[in-house]
Design a binder for this molecule. Structure first.
Ligand code: PPS
Length: 307
């Protein structure tokens, strides 16, 4: 299934036709969740692959046997992508599932379910920059002409998978309608991985010994995952993902956005963020601890935290 130039529009949201069809998207909205399911939910570029790796390792008590042998999409399939039914029919045991779908498209399917929903969010400036580079490498996403154009599309919710703002707000504000829900951020994982892994292990009722926790940390470090072909997407052919344009495991940082945003773009982003997130109590970490407050271009970044 190539369909690299096809875009599927479903309930007003665009999806790459390389991975999605109207049937696959309907399959997801009617998905039959089981109470033993774990569903990782993210807006793209929020650390999905990292969380897939962590939960995989947790289930194997820190042993990398599965994470080094099976591609992430085969052990934690996206329920909206066309191959999902085949993957699930070939697998056994409690299912690990992934989705980028907005809450509205899964609300019915999750209603009354005891499936465990793990929502992972990342500060949207880093999401945006990561997504921008991903568009350069992923041939199934239309290459954006320029960063300013991409920034506007992001702020207007015109990219594939819809609006980041709606995604994060709708999932979190409806968490009370989901029986088992955990909110985690990329930044908390980055700043204190052991604590985050323990938080997830408690939620999934998957207790870990000290040694198992240490092994998980090693295998799911950025440097280790960067070299693991089961998660770095180098198994995908060059005509679908061009790794010479950008790597999937690109930087893995907090605050990398300062190297791309101009001061003016930062101001524009902050204005839109303040207006769209006015009704949300979510807060994000925008800089890594100790990060310099100057961008590469030498312009001073306003370090005042956004709330
Ligand atoms: S996707 O395409 O939506 O599934 O992408 P996703 O996995 O959500 O996000 C990719 C970004 O996550 C970074 N990443 C990590 N950061 C830190 N540590 C680890 N272990 C890790 N694994 C993945 C990856 O590098 C992408 O971010 P950027 O900023 O582009 O580097």
């Amino acid at each position: 299934m190539a369909r690299l130039d096809v875009t599927e529009t479903f309930h007003g949201i665009m999806f790459p036709g390389h991975l999605h069809t109207q049937d696959s998207l309907s399959y997801a909205t009617d998905f039959k969740f089981q109470d033993t399911d774990t569903l990782i939910v993210t807006y793209p570029k929020s650390g999905t692959t990292w969380m897939q790796e962590i939960v995989t390792l947790m289930r194997c008590k820190g042993h990398p046997e599965t994470s080094k042998a099976k591609p992430n999409w085969a052990r934690a399939p996206w329920i909206e992508q066309h191959y999902c039914p085949d993957v699930l029919s070939a697998s056994q045991g409690p299912r690990l599932l992934t989705t980028h779908l907005p809450y509205q498209l899964l609300a019915n399917a999750l209603h009354g379910s005891k499936a465990k929903v793990l929502y992972l969010a990342r500060n949207p400036k880093d999401v945006l920059v990561s997504y921008y580079h991903f568009h350069k490498m992923a041939k199934f996403l239309s290459a954006s002409e320029s960063f300013p154009g991409f920034l506007s599309a992001f702020l207007n919710g015109k990219l594939h998978y819809g609006s980041w703002f709606d995604h994060v707000k709708d999932w979190t504000s409806n968490s009370k309608n989901i029986q088992n829900f955990l909110y985690v951020t990329y930044e908390e994982m980055w700043m204190d991985l052991p604590r985050s892994v323990q938080k997830v292990s408690q939620f999934l009722v998957c207790p870990l010994l000290e040694e198992e926790l240490t092994n998980i940390q090693k295998v799911c470090s950025f440097n280790s995952m960067k070299e693991n072909s089961m998660v770095n997407y180098t198994l995908i052919s060059q005509d679908i993902m061009d790794h010479s344009k950008s790597r999937f495991m690109r930087k893995g940082e907090i605050g990398d956005w300062v190297n791309t945003f101009s001061m003016e773009q930062n101001r524009k982003f902050d204005d839109v963020y303040a207006s769209k997130m006015a009704d949300s109590s979510l807060t994000f970490v925008w800089y890594k601890p100790g990060q310099e407050t100057f961008s590469k271009s030498g312009m001073e970044i306003d370090i005042k935290p956004l709330t």
